[in-house]
Design a protein around this ligand. Structure first.
Ligand code: VAH
Length: 319
């Protein structure tokens, strides 16, 4: 049975990936690790939790030994908007943190999952049907760390014959955690406002189209990739995956169908607008479909319905 360590476990992806991994592999076989001393309520009694610094190799190595870890999902990272506020901190967490975890994984012969992002593409990348292999000149610190991360993981696979896998996530939409400093956060914040019957001021311009995905699809993609036969993986740690592509006005119209009184205006954040305009509109994810059977299940409409239903039901932090 797999024994798993998830870093960044209390973040947007981790908060939903950890419960799914625990259901699949057993509660005590999945160790959630975060930078917070005390775990979030959701983690208190749902399985082992440890507080770590992702650049502290000694403590991570000790955890791997203590729990006999054989697989690490390294999710800890500063997102795009936060990274522009503090590029030095973002480099330390996103790059030195990754290198630390790669070295621990190498020493302990662990398999590693590394989440890349549409952030690895820049203004000179083709925006529509962005190819799996294409020009990558990101102009955000976040994108630079994610691109360097892809290349570093490729190097560790080649040099040390490690099993490292990953995907390029689009903007992720979820209801279990509040937005954490990303450029695509508008597509999460908008639902909180709508459910609370408050008007929403969108920080991206009308017409700013971005690749997006509902979190249940994203978590399933991670599990399916890590379960895939390694022999079929040519691209390994940086698969383009996507599910939908929309601009703020399209999401607004989808929400209004469910909540007719909802209203949205625009108050553009120039920093996040510039970041968003450097990213693709829609990636070509044919390599993921061909090599490990990737297939999204949620559309913008079905995601909208589920987000509203879940936020009304599940997320006390909304009310
Ligand atoms: C961000 N949600 O906006 C993250 C993600 C592709 C976007 O990396 O920074």
């Amino acid at each position: 049975m797999k024994r798993i360590l998830v870093t960044g476990a209390t973040g947007q992806i981790g908060s939903e990936l950890v419960p799914v991994l625990r259901d699949k592999y057993g509660r005590d076989n999945v160790v959630a690790a975060g930078h917070r001393r005390k775990p979030e309520d959701a983690f208190v009694d749902s399985g082992p939790y440890e507080s770590i610094e992702t650049t502290d190799a000694k403590s991570i190595s000790a955890l791997v030994k203590k729990y006999r870890i054989d697989t690490i999902y390294h999710l800890a990272a500063l997102l795009s908007a936060k990274a522009e506020e503090d590029p030095q901190l973002a480099w330390n967490i996103n790059m030195n943190g990754l290198q630390t975890v790669l070295e621990v994984a190498r020493y302990h012969h662990c398999t590693l999952f590394f989440p890349s992002s549409i952030g690895v593409f820049g203004p000179s990348t083709p925006k529509d049907n962005t190819p799996q292999v294409t020009i990558q000149r990101p102009n955000t610190l976040y994108g630079i760390t994610k691109l360097a991360g892809e290349l570093l993981c490729d190097y560790y696979v080649k040099k040390y014959d490690m099993d490292i896998r990953g995907v390029r996530f689009p903007g992720l939409i979820s209801y279990k955690t509040l937005p954490g400093g990303g450029t695509t956060d508008y597509a999460v914040e908008i639902f909180y406002a709508a459910v609370k019957h408050e008007p929403y001021r969108c920080f991206l311009k009308e017409g700013t189209r971005l690749d997006m995905m509902y979190m249940p699809d994203a978590v399933r993609a991670v599990v399916e990739l890590m379960e895939a036969d390694a022999r079929s993986l040519r691209h390994r740690n940086a698969y383009n995956i996507t599910a939908m592509s929309f601009a703020p006005e399209q999401l607004y119209a989808s929400i209004k169908k469910e909540l007719p009184h909802f209203s949205m205006t625009y108050e553009v954040d120039p920093i996040r607008q510039e970041i968003a305009e450097s990213w693709p509109h829609k990636m070509d994810d044919s390599a993921a479909r061909a090599e490990w059977g990737w297939q999204p299940e949620y559309t913008m409409e079905s995601m909208t319905k589920d987000m509203i239903e879940q936020l009304r039901k599940e997320a006390p932090h909304v009310t």
